[in-house]
Each structure stands twice: as C-alpha cells, then as structure tokens.
Design a binder for this molecule. Structure first.
Ligand code: NCD
Length: 305
C-alpha cells in the first residue's frame, strides 16, 4: 500500500483507496485481531464530535491499542498551551498515532510537521475530513456490490459545500473511485473558485434527479461556520435542497455524514428509510478507522507479514 498519510486523500490513488477498504473489510470480518496491540493512540479532539470520536476510540480499542483521549477543555490547551506544544508533548509521551480534530483548516498538517508519530486528520475546520470519505466509500461499496461497482455512478453533493471539509474530501475520493460528481447548492453556499473544480453545478435537488443521480450526498447546513445569512430562510432552503420521501421513489440512495438537521437537509421520516445509508456510514466508521490506524502505525504490514 502506497498511502502514508491521512491528512488529505488528494494524493491517494484508486488502488490506495481500494487497499484501505480491503483492510477495513479484514478488520470487520475479524481477520486482523490485535492489529494495534502494544500501540498507543491519542485522540485529540478540539471541536465537538460524536461519531468520529466514538468510532476512532472503538476502532483503536477493538484492535488492542491503548487509548488516551484529550479535549481542549480538560487539557493544558485551556491554559493557553499551543497546538504544537500539545502534539510535541503527546509525541514525547509515546503516542504511536495522534488523531486530531481542530477548528482551524491546516491544523493537522501543521501538527504533523512537529511529531514523529503520524497525525490522522479527523477534521480540520473547512479543510479536509479524509476518514469520512473512506467510510463513505466503504458504505457505498457495500450497498452497491463492491468498490468496482462505484465507477460510472452519479453522485450529487448537496448543500453547504462552502463550509464543508467533508465535501473537500469526498469529492476527490469519489472521483478517484470513478464516480461522476455534481454539486447542488445555491451560489451563496459554493466557494468563489468553484468553477475551477470542473464539476457540473445543478440548481435544485429535482435537477439532480433529472441528471440521474444515484446517490444524494447531503451536507449539513454549518451555521457555526457562517459569517452572515447565506440562505433566505431555513424553510426555503429545505424546500429546494432538502430530501423528502418523494425524491427516493426512483431508488436513489441518501447519505449524510451527520449530524443531521432533521427537516432541513433531510425530512425526519427519511433519515432511517431503507434508501438511507446514514446508519451504514456510521457503522463503517469503526472498521475503516481501524484500517486507517493500522496503516498509519505500520501495524497493517506487521500483521500481514
Ligand atoms: C462532519 C464533520 O464534523 O466534519 N461530521 C462528521 O464528522 N461525521 C460533518 C458536519 O459536521 O457537518
């Protein structure tokens, strides 16, 4: 496997993605017991998280690692210690991998320049969220009959692309898997340089269905990152960009990284519909993150050898 860093997936090849997903399957099937035995994984979450934090913790513990959890409130960060001093400390204390979530884009890359332990980006501001993209590929591959079945399928990324690190990671990953990607959003929720991304931009969800999207990948309206009003009203946004049951009639699949604003991105009755992969995405987080931790710490190769 060529992949060495989980700061971003922008340089990951199709074969790299396939290899991580194969390894995730091996973890899910119980073929990698104790893969992280003797390793220390530090989870440093300086921004709220439910799914990502819990699944990284389960992923590390189920594979036999010792786990240390750190948050801004309970650590010396609250006393003003810098990110760099914090990760240097974790490194010297013997962490074999540092999983970092941070509100500033570029934080994981910065931290990685000051540690010998690999830093895994668990979300950096509006930057990247590579393990989310990997678990999304895993959940889609499982639902659609395998990684090779993703090639040529159409996925629409819907909503707040402007503030979304998830979008910045899933778009290159889905393209690398051979999928056709379109964006569905009002101009106010697209980055100013979006034309450079070279993707079709569709005005509403109904246009995405006309484009024959097979997967609707919904993004949360990220109010905590908005500097001003980006949509006239939440109700109006939901009308043009929210998924309702009628959108699922053609067999289209719905995904969302969570947390969902029910009734905004997705109507409440659709979140757990059979056409929703949201629970599968959450479940995929554990085996995919076990695979990521075993690649990052070099354990994947030790177990395979
Ligand atoms: C996302 C995140 O925090 O980047 N959620 C997640 O990790 N499952 C998406 C979001 O907050 O909208």
């Amino acid at each position: 496997m060529e992949i060495k860093s989980f700061l971003t997936l922008e340089d990951a090849s199709r074969e790299d993605l396939r290899a991580v997903l194969d390894l995730a399957r091996a973890h899910a099937d119980g073929r990698m017991p104790g893969a992280l035995a003797g390793k220390t994984v530090c989870l440093a979450f300086f921004e709220p998280s439910t799914r990502t934090a819990v699944s990284f913790e389960l992923a590390a513990k189920r594979s036999g690692a010792d786990v240390i959890s750190l948050s801004d409130k309970g650590s010396a960060i609250a006393k003003g210690e810098s990110l760099i001093d914090t990760v240097v400390t974790l490194d010297r204390l013997g962490a074999d991998a540092v999983v970092l979530r941070h509100p500033a884009a570029g934080a994981a890359a910065l931290a990685s320049r000051h540690t010998s332990a690999p830093v895994i980006n668990a979300g950096d501001g509006c930057g990247q969220h590579p393990t989310q993209a990997l678990l999304d590929l895993y959940a889609m591959s499982e639902a659609l009959g395998g990684f090779d079945e993703l090639a040529g399928r159409r996925v629409a990324i819907v909503g707040d692309v402007l503030h979304s690190r998830v979008a910045r990671s899933v778009i290159p990953a889905f393209k690398r898997a051979g999928m056709e990607v379109a964006l569905v959003a009002p101009r106010t929720l697209l980055p100013p340089n979006v034309e450079a991304w070279g993707l079709p931009i569709l005005p509403t969800l109904d246009d995405a269905l006309d484009w024959r999207a097979e997967v609707l990948y919904m993004l949360r309206l990220q109010k905590e990152r908005m500097t001003g009003a980006r949509v006239p009203s939440v109700g109006e946004y939901a009308r043009y960009y929210g998924v309702a049951r009628r959108h699922l009639q053609s067999g289209v699949l719905v995904m969302h990284p969570g947390p969902v604003n029910r009734g905004v991105e997705i109507s409440g009755d659709v979140v757990l519909d059979p056409g929703s992969l949201i629970p599968d995405q959450v479940a995929a987080g554990v085996c995919v993150r076990s695979a990521v931790l075993s690649v990052a710490t070099g354990s994947a190769y030790e177990v395979a050898a």
